[in-house]
Design a protein around this ligand. Structure first.
Ligand code: F6R
Length: 614
């Protein structure tokens, strides 16, 4: 949600900032803007719409040379996505420029105060308030860092703020509360970014900032304090991916590239997690084995796709550990006064590690003394830092807004965690755990086999280019797959898509079936006889009412042939692991259908990659 870049060094700040914004544009694309410090004044340009609009404007009216600058790509919260509301925002005298991510909750009160003092606020944003307050403080104290600390003490809500002072080109000052910010550590130059993609082209050394911290970067120095001005420290780390991972590699979309990266991502998620004899070692789990043995209930939280990963995890974890397991949307969780004890294990799933709804739920759970284990893809992000333990999914950067490899690797991490709990608690024999691990090791090859069917799936998508509605049916672990398939289609193709548990059909949704309606049906492996046969009955029922059935069934399952208008073949895998393979064709279908419909697959309308506001 909003991409932020800051730079001071000896390069042209314009180029560094625009390039950083390009790599951050997946975070928001309602507008883009830049501000440079130039001989005692701020020069700024900002345009509604995608970064290309800003670039065009800069081409027509070039910006002056400058080695200090900030930039922003916006996902609108306060105020419409137009030029006026685009960031950066300037103070009353134009001495400071500020970019912001988050929501300042006491904005109305601060705005009244500024207006009473005679400030002329031009935009509808909360950010402009921060710019005016900052400039006031700067005039009073003469120091941008001190001014930032003072302003932050007055702000409520979530914010990353990055600011420059027209009269001091030697520095850029930033602050964070409940919103992401990392520092890129260079040689004779330093960077700020909402995430490391902002500066990965220049450095892979990063500094993770803590909550409620202010950072001042100059060419040669990085200084961190808290909001009261006390010295503080960040955590230095090395980013384990480079620019090539943040580029499209010849694919038309990041999403398609990320779908095709899944065999590698799934393999990496497993790497180094077991000792070859089936014994699992999840060393990022800083919860003792005794504490894990005492767990009497698991609550899995997450949003969107991460929530669906949790739904799959429930089937596996309950089956392997016999611990009762609930799955809840993170944004609903803390508002219903959930019962948590020190023996509750909360598993928080988040690709970005920055989702505000999930973060707030984690804080709530920890206040109730529950232990929180995060499953996360982003090193240096807030959610792992605020959890008791973390399992990183190692998917590499996910830039397409729709999650793909993020989901599959979350599933892998959930399986590993379930097996680890079973190992620690002794609910599965070692050889049973080894057998599942061997199956997990086959997953990269199985996912590759699904990708090998891409052309068939694309053809199917093209045939359905005119469709206005698609349904997805599944049972057991296939039910979350149906939900995920529908979500991908909604967010990318903007068409009506719904996922149902097949057993629910006759309780209402079957009324939606009409002649020619495409319905994806995820058939459980034959090993689960009852489930399998019930699914086949459901397919018969909808077909009899005119549905066009697209059936995903395992290789050799001849029972489906009679009722399938189209068949997608899945490799033979255990029931609980089937979501790993069954999701892939649904991702390919959504990606291709959206492409054929002429949509921007990587930047679907109204969405942003990480949702850092509640
Ligand atoms: C869907 C999608 C979203 C995210 C959700 C949670 O394709 O990407 O539904 O899964 O916003 O995001 P994270 O996992 O970053 O917490």
């Amino acid at each position: 949600m909003c991409g932020i870049v800051g730079y001071v060094g000896d390069k042209q700040a314009r180029d560094v900032v625009i390039e950083g914004l390009r790599l951050l544009e997946y975070r928001g694309y309602d507008s883009a803007g830049i501000a440079l410090v130039d001989n005692g004044s701020i020069v700024s340009d900002k345009r509604a719409g995608k970064l290309a609009n800003l670039e065009k404007s800069i081409e027509e009216t070039p910006l002056p040379p400058s080695t200090t600058g900030i930039g922003h790509t916006r996902w609108a919260t306060h105020g419409a996505p137009n030029d006026t509301n685009a960031h950066p925002h300037l103070g009353q005298q134009g001495r400071v420029a500020v970019v912001h991510n988050g929501i300042i909750e006491n904005f109305a009160q601060l705005r009244d105060e500024l207006e009473r003092e005679g400030h002329d606020l031009r935009s509808e944003t909360d950010t402009e308030i921060a710019a005016h307050l900052l400039e006031n403080e700067l005039e009073r104290t003469g120091d941008l860092t001190t001014a930032m600390q003072a302003v932050c003490r007055r702000l409520e809500g979530a914010f990353t703020l990055v600011a420059v002072d027209a009269q001091d080109p030697s520095l850029v000052v930033a602050a964070r509360r409940n919103s992401p910010l990392v520092v890129g550590l260079g040689e004779g130059e330093n960077f700020l970014g909402s995430d490391v993609a902002a500066f990965i082209e220049h450095t892979r050394e990063a500094l993770e900032l803590g909550q409620d911290q202010v950072v001042t970067i100059t060419r040669d120095d990085v200084r961190v304090t808290d909001f009261d001005g006390h010295e503080a420290a960040g955590r230095r780390y090395h980013v384990d991916w480079d620019l090539s991972a943040a580029e499209k590699d010849g694919f038309d979309w990041f999403m398609r590239k990320e779908i095709f990266e899944q065999p590698r991502a799934v393999a990496d998620a497993l790497l180094g997690r077991h000792d070859g004899r089936g014994e699992l070692q999840l060393d990022e789990v800083r919860i003792t084995e005794d504490e894990l043995r005492d767990v009497d209930r698991i609550v899995i939280i997450g949003c969107g796709t991460a929530n669906y990963a949790g739904l799959v995890a429930k089937y596996a974890i309950e089956h392997w550990t016999r611990i009762p397991c609930e799955v809840e949307l993170a944004h609903e969780f803390r508002y219903r006064d959930p019962i948590l004890t020190r023996n509750t294990l909360v598993i928080a799933i988040s690709q970005s590690g920055e989702t505000a709804d999930t973060l707030m739920a984690i804080r709530y759970a920890r206040r109730q003394r529950a232990k929180v284990l995060a499953i996360c893809n982003t090193n240096g992000s807030t959610i792992p830092r605020e959890s008791d333990a973390v399992i990183y999914t190692h998917a590499g950067p996910e830039i397409g807004v729709a999650s793909t490899k993020g989901f599959l690797t979350q599933l892998m991490a959930c399986y590993l965690l379930g097996l680890y709990l079973a190992q620690v608690r002794g609910t599965k024999y070692g050889d049973e755990i080894s057998a599942v691990i061997s199956e997990l090791e086959q997953m990269p090859a199985h996912v590759q086999r699904m990708l090998d069917q891409a052309e068939t799936i694309y053809a199917l998508a093209r045939q359905n280019a005119q469709t206005r509605s698609v349904l997805f049916l599944g049972r057991h672990a296939g039910f979350p797959v149906a939900l995920e398939g529908a979500l991908k289609l909604k967010e990318l193709a903007y068409i009506h898509a719904e996922g149902f548990a097949a057993g629910e059909l006759k309780h209402g949704p079957i009324a939606l079936i009409e002649e020619g309606l495409p319905v994806f049906c995820v058939v459980p492996p034959r090993g689960r006889d009852q489930l399998h046969d019930k699914m086949i009955s459901a397919i018969q029922e909808i077909r009899a009412r005119g549905a066009h059935t697209i059936v995903l069934a395992e290789e050799g399952d001849t029972s489906v042939a009679e009722y399938a208008d189209e068949t997608i073949t899945l490799p033979v895998v255990p029931t609980l692991l089937q979501p790993i393979v069954a999701t892939v064709p649904l991702q390919l279908f959504a990606c291709e259908l959206a492409t054929v419909m002429g949509h921007d697959v990587d930047q679907p309308r109204n969405l942003a990659k990480s949702v850092t506001v509640e």
